[in-house]
Design a protein around this ligand. Sequence first.
Ligand code: COI
Length: 356
Amino acid sequence: MNDYQFEIQRRATKKEKPAFDQLIFGRNFTDHMFVMDYHADKGWHDGRIVPYEPLQIDPSAMVFHYGQSVFEGLKAYLSEDQEVLMFRPYKNMERLNKSNNRLCIPPIDEELAVQALRQLIAVDRDWVPNVEGTSLYIRPFIISTEPYLGVAPSHQYKFIIIMSPVGAYYKEGINPVKIAVQSEYVRAVKGGTGNAKTGGNYAASLKAQEVAEQEGYSQVLWLDGKENKYVEEVGSMNIFFKINGEVVTPELNGSILEGVTRNSVIELIKDWGIPLSERRISIDEIYEAQKNGTLEEAFGTGTAAVISPVGELFWNNEKLTIGGGQTGEIAGKLYETLTGIQKGKVEDKFGWIVKV
Ligand code: COI
C-alpha cells in the first residue's frame, strides 16, 4: 500500500446529526469531504480533507453545459465490534476509471482514491450509523471545471468524495417493489454511455421514472435501445430473474452498468452451486415464464438498493405478479449473506471487505 497522507482542515464546530433510526436516503451529509484538483499542466494535485460546504465554481464551467462528469456509489458499515468496513472500494474506483475513460476524464490513482476515502471516513467516523439496515453511503465524483464554452474535454477537474448516512433507498425497505417496463423511452444504446456511471444517463431516465411513479411504480425496467425487446436494467439497479430453477441476468453488452453488487451476487450464486447464466433475456420470455408459472423470482441489485425483490412487473397493460408478490428464497438469502459480509457477521471468503 502506498502511504498517502492528506492535509486535513477540520470544521470548527460539528453539524447536528440526524436520528440514525429515521434516515432518508441521500439527504444528510457528514462534516467533511475530500477534494482534489486536476489541471492539464499539473495532473491530479492538492488532495485534501476539508469541511463539507458549497463549492465555488465558474458559471461557465464545462460540467454545467456539456455534462462531462462521472460518479460512484459505495458503502461503509459499522461492525458489531465497532470497526468500520468498506465494501469493495477498489472495484468502485476501477469502475470510476472506466467511466473516466469513456468521458475523456483523466484517470485517478485507484490506491490514492481508496486511501483518501479511508482517511475521510476516519475523520467522520462518528457519522457511520449503527442502526440495523443503515450504512454510510459514499459518493465519489468528478466534474469538469474549466471555464470554457467550446465542446471539448476539459483541462480542469475536481475529484470530490462526499458521504451520507443512509437507510433504505426504496420506501418499501426490503419488501418487494413494483416495476413498470418502459417501451417508449430508452436509457442507453450500444456505443453510447450506458455502461459508464455518468449523470446524463440518469437525467435521460427521469421522464420515464416520473410517469412510472405517477402510476404507482417505484422504478422503470429498461429494454434495449435498438429492438426494444431485451431486458437491460432498472433505474438504479441491475436485474435478475429465476426461471425454472436457473438464475438469469442480462449479459454486459456495453449499454448496461457493470454493477459491483451485480458482480458480487453472481459470485455468491455460483458459489452456492445454483445454475446462473448471463445472457440476453427478452421481455417476451419473462412474460411467458410468468404465464406458465416458471418465473419464480425477480430481484434488483445495487449499492443503494442492496437486494430489492420485485413483486410486480407492469407490461403490456398487464400487472404480472412475481412469486406471489413476496420476497423470494434467493433474494432473501442474498440479502442476509451480502449484508452479513458487509457488517462483518458472515465470513468474507472473497476478500471484499477493506477495513478503515
Ligand atoms: C448506487 O446504487 O450507488 C447508485 O449509484 C444508484 C443511485 C443512482 C442511487
